[in-house]
Write a new protein. Structure first.
Length: 162
C-alpha cells in the first residue's frame, strides 16, 4: 500500500513525515527548529520556515509579531528576505514551513498565506527555476513542485516592469 497520493499536477501528499525523502525530512526538522525563535505573543501560533539553497546553505526564519498587528511578518518572508540579503543570487531549491501552538510540540496544519505565496512567486521568477515547497495540510505532508502550483497566475508586475 502506498502512502503517496497525487492530488493535482505538481502537488504530492504523504501520510507521514517518514514517507518524505531524507532531504525534505531534514528541512522540515530545521523549520521546526526555527519555531524556537518565533515571537508570537498575540496569535500564540509559532511558525518556522527553512530554505535550502543550491549550495546546501540553510536559511531559517520564524514569524515575528507586533502589538500593531499589520506589522507582523510571516516566517516564510523572514526567511526569504534573509536569504536575498545574506546570500544574493543563490538559487533557492526548496523550503519547508511548519507551525505549532504555544506549549505544544506537535505540528499542526499550516499553509502559506496569499501574501507569502506572492513573494515566493517573485523569488521563483527571479531565479528562473522552481522552488519546492513542503507544508502540512489536512494532517498530511504536501510537497509542491513549484510555487506556481500554489499561486497560479501570480501577479508579476506586468506593464510596471521595464
Ligand atoms: Zn504569510
Amino acid at each position: 500500500m502506498t502512502t503517496k497520493r497525487l492530488l493535482m499536477k505538481g502537488l504530492t501528499f504523504f501520510k507521514t513525515l517518514e514517507d518524505l525523502d531524507a532531504e525534505s525530512k531534514y528541512l522540515v526538522h530545521k523549520a521546526k527548529e526555527a519555531t524556537q525563535t518565533s515571537y508570537a505573543p498575540y496569535s500564540k501560533f509559532h511558525v518556522g520556515a527553512a530554505l535550502l539553497l543550491e549550495d546546501g546553505t540553510l536559511v531559517p526564519g520564524s514569524n515575528q509579531e507586533n502589538a500593531s498587528y499589520p506589522l507582523c511578518m510571516c516566517a516564510e518572508r523572514v526567511a526569504l528576505y534573509a536569504a536575498a540579503s545574506q546570500f544574493p543570487r543563490k538559487v533557492i531549491k526548496k523550503m519547508a514551513v511548519v507551525a505549532h501552538k504555544k506549549n505544544h510540540k506537535e505540528l499542526v496544519n499550516a499553509t502559506s498565506c496569499g501574501a507569502c505565496r506572492q513573494v515566493m512567486s517573485e523569488f521563483e521568477m527571479r531565479q528562473g527555476s522552481p522552488i519546492q515547497v513542503i507544508m502540512m495540510e489536512n494532517d498530511q505532508w504536501a510537497i509542491c513542485s513549484s510555487v506556481s502550483v500554489l499561486l497560479p497566475m501570480g501577479f508579476d508586475g506586468g506593464s510596471l516592469k521595464g
